[in-house]
Design a protein around this ligand. Structure first.
Ligand code: GLP
Length: 242
């Protein structure tokens, strides 16, 4: 059963998880972090950046793997997850860019990108702490409903609801890519500690399904029930259907 922590607000969640990550790094300076994008993990990255600066911590050896990436965006597009991870995580924390990996969504090399990403995670010794958000549809990473619990990194088609949710980051809804490359649920379940965050009532249903609903591919978040070490950090609104 996941440990569920109900916090007052996003900033308390950010401080709490930043503390866990810093303890991990203290014991293991080259710890491997699993990085999520979306708005949910931003308070964690902000709290981490603040503490790293205040305490002048050396995080140059920390390694990281992002969960997912859009397929086919031009290199350097500001909303590619590579750009977002560089802007929101690598630069503010002062991580070493070459130690931070994002799946390669370049169309020219997409055939081999999934296997290469899995190999890189294994070569790093696996992910120590995986940060996760959850979509309204229950997706984690970009594993939409119907994804196999054994799935590894692969190319997927985005659902219309996820494209609509993510349209806010693009000039027009039509600019949201149709495809993505995402770690699979099986990849995510290999991480040693999963930390799932969610805020607001729009996530309440997905949170309840993930934490205490039936374990089913129609709710990808429910895969967390198969993992022995999960921390769920949510506010009152996101906890309202538990
Ligand atoms: C995106 C990402 C997910 C993220 C989810 C929720 O589709 N691929 O990793 O968890 O949306 O996003 P947000 O945190 O902005 O609500």
């Amino acid at each position: 059963m996941a440990e569920v922590v109900i916090v007052q607000d996003e900033s308390e969640a950010g401080d709490l998880i930043a503390g866990s990550i810093l303890s991990l790094i203290e014991g293991r300076p080259d710890a491997v972090l699993g990085l999520a994008t979306g708005s949910t993990p931003l308070p964690v990255y902000r709290a981490l950046a603040r503490r790293v600066a205040q305490e002048q911590l050396d995080v140059s050896r920390v390694r990281g793997f992002a969960l997912d990436e859009y397929v086919g965006l031009p290199a350097g597009h500001p909303e590619s997850y590579r750009s977002v991870i560089m802007r929101e995580v690598v630069e503010p924390l002062g991580l070493t860019p070459s130690r931070i990996h994002v799946p390669n969504g370049d169309l020219a090399t997409i055939q081999t990108a999934s296997d290469e990403y899995e190999d890189a995670i294994i070569a790093a010794g696996g992910v120590d702490l995986q940060i996760l958000g959850i979509g309204r549809s229950g997706h984690i990473g970009f594993n939409e409903p119907g994804s196999s619990f054994a799935s590894l990194t692969r190319v997927k088609t985005l659902t219309e609801s996820t494209r609509a949710d993510n349209a806010r980051f693009f000039d027009s809804p039509d600019d949201v890519p149709m495809h993505c490359i995402t770690q699979g649920l099986g990849t995510i379940l290999r991480a040693r500690h999963l930390v799932l965050l969610a805020f607001g009532s729009a996530k309440a249903h997905a949170v309840a399904a993930a934490v205490e609903g039936p374990v089913t591919a129609s709710q990808p978040g429910s895969a967390i029930q198969l993992h022995p070490h999960v921390t769920v950090v949510i506010d009152e609104a996101a906890a309202s259907e538990l």
